[in-house]
Design a binder for this molecule. Structure first.
Ligand code: NAD
Length: 523
């Protein structure tokens, strides 16, 4: 069964909302009010379609006002992990035999539900992750895009692969889902990555155990509501929330997991990758791991660049969602000839950013947790040792409601080998590096463990072409900001320690979650 052209319109990314339009802003405020009425509730596990309350719970709080409890999430234990795998295994034989067209229709229905609840989902993100309106809108749009895009991508999986014929034989190679998988997303794209890394495997016919970040478990509960509202079969997606120390290893080690779809930090990714290599009693397969990890992303500006474009790209890339993106520009590499001018303009533009509450749609909001606040402040202060603090350098001057606000920080004169030039900060801290010339800038840009995103602002055709060939990143942006990849437009994933280059939102993503079977019959 292949595509149903009468019901499936071509994929196009969800448009962003323009909050300068009064009615849209009103809509957002109304959604914030609606969600405010649901804050503080207790959210259960969802296993095999059943909502399961646990004895223990843990709070998820608003980073901009940590006294505000967004909700209490169920704290799963060993028995719940066991039940979740059981439910996923039980659902697999049925779900995996649905045709791709049938599964695609379930995804289209889910996308429609997400779209109907879009502003509400945005409001949840504003409360739970401190996303301002634009960032939340982008995240929810991306979630919808993943669902729509993978629905269409699934249709291709039912078509046999092209093979050559051989006299006297019939040969065919087909694709089939692998089985039960474990999905572990991060908190920063709390809905988009959760939905994308779940819906890829599921669209391909697998069933999953989904474990969101303990920083943002409530949005996962809301997503499970959306699945139920879309009439999804029980057990295809099973939600487990809890403390990583309690359930992390158990989930990873379970012999029933056939694959692990992980997005997060290098440290956690490596731990999971190593543990997943161990074959446990009763396990008759090798676990596949898909690891999308961190970045230390650089934007190069050369002396031919349009400096207006450069400054805008630097501010958006460095401080969008407070630098808490894997793709965030955390290194700005300026060639000597324009270094001082661009630095000055970058500092002036960043100084104009409004730091404040996400509900008020400030430009820079609180970072996700107290732990992250301490870590980012430490890096900001390190700026005084490793360079010259040109802006910020610690906690924000005003911290309304006791939120975890860090001042937008720019550190100049950072050496390429400095910690600030090598380690992922994941906060509003940008290291500015001086390069002799373009060659030097490219060498510095490539000289880290990471290879996720990068960019060049230049008018030189020759250099743009060289960057295409020599700038070793999975997502390279020329003459624009280095964040904001769109599903189906810029398939996303990095090189080197940035991970296994899954290319989420790309045409081959679903191929990660299927196995090929070749059948030969002598005629
Ligand atoms: P993290 O590594 O702390 O956590 C990621 C996920 O792993 C969370 O769900 C967490 O609860 C879980 N986890 C933690 N310890 C675990 C364990 N022992 N066993 C099982 N699961 C465990 O990362 P984070 O702080 O949530 O996210 C930020 C990181 O994610 C940054 O490094 C960022 O660059 C990266 N990231 C990468 C991409 C990408 O596409 N490459 C996208 C977004 C974020």
């Amino acid at each position: 069964m292949t595509a149903d052209p009468t019901t499936v319109v071509p994929y196009a990314p969800e448009p962003f909302t323009d909050f300068a339009v009064g009615t849209h802003a009103e809509g957002y405020r109304a959604a914030l009010e609606l969600v405010a009425g649901r804050l503080g509730a207790t959210w259960p596990l969802v296993i095999g379609g059943r909502r399961i309350a646990t004895d223990g719970t843990f709070p998820s709080v608003d980073p901009c006002a940590p006294d505000r409890i967004v909700g209490y999430a169920a704290a799963a234990g060993a028995a719940d992990v066991d039940r979740a795998y059981e439910a996923a295994e039980a659902a697999f034989p049925v779900w995996s035999r649905w045709t791709a067209a049938e599964r695609a229709r379930a995804l289209h229905k889910l996308a429609a539900v997400l779209r109907r609840r879009k502003l509400e989902l945005c409001a949840w993100e504003t409360y739970e992750a401190g996303k301002n309106w634009r960032e939340a809108d982008g995240d929810v749009a991306e979630a919808i895009d993943f669902v729509e895009y993978y629905a269409r991508a699934a249709l291709r999986l039912d078509e046999p692969l092209a093979t050559h014929s051989w006299p006297g034989e019939h040969n065919v190679t087909t694709l089939e889902p692998i089985g039960v998988g474990l999905v572990i997303p991060p908190w920063n794209f709390l809905l988009a990555i959760l939905v994308g890394s779940t819906m890829g495997p599921v669209a391909a016919g697998n069933t999953v155990v989904l474990k969101p970040s303990p920083q943002t478990p409530i949005i996962a509960g809301v997503f499970m509501e959306c699945l139920a509202e879309a009439g999804w079969p029980d057990g295809v997606v099973n939600l487990i929330t809890g403390a990583d120390a309690e359930i992390g290893d158990r989930l990873v080690d379970d012999p029933r997991a056939r694959f692990i779809n992980f997005t997060g930090s290098v440290a956690t990714g490596l731990r999971i990758h190593q543990r997943a290599a161990v074959v446990h009693p009763g396990q008759r397969h090798l676990k596949k791991t898909f690891m999308e990890l961190g970045g230390k992303d650089a934007l190069i500006v050369d002396e031919t660049a349009d400096l207006d474009v450069a400054v805008t790209a630097a501010v958006q890339g460095g401080f969008g969602f407070n630098g808490q993106k894997c793709s965030a520009m955390s290194r700005l590499i300026l060639v000597d000839a324009i270094h001082d001018e661009v630095l000055e303009r970058f500092v002036a533009a960043a100084a104009r950013l409004r730091v404040g509450r996400a509900i008020d749609d400030a430009d820079v909001t609180a970072v996700i947790s107290e732990r992250q606040f301490d870590k980012v402040v430490e890096y900001a202060r390190l700026g005084a040792e490793e360079g010259r603090i040109a802006l910020g350098g610690g906690p924000a001057e005003e911290r309304p409601d006791g939120g975890w606000y860090v001042a937008p920080t720019i550190v100049a004169d950072v050496a390429p080998t400095a910690r600030l030039a090598q380690e992922e900060v994941f906060g509003p801290v940008v290291a500015v590096l001086r390069a002799r010339d373009f060659d030097d800038a490219l060498r510095i840009a490539n000289d880290t463990d990471f290879g996720l995103t990068g960019g060049l602002i230049s008018r030189s055709r020759e250099r743009l072409e060289r960057a295409r060939r020599e700038f070793k990143v999975g997502n390279l942006y020329l003459n624009r900001k280095i964040t904001g990849a769109l599903v189906g437009v810029q398939p996303f994933g990095g090189f080197k320690m940035s991970g296994t280059n899954s290319k989420g939102g790309g045409p081959d993503y679903l191929r990660l979650f299927v196995e090929a079977r070749t059948v030969t019959e002598r005629l």
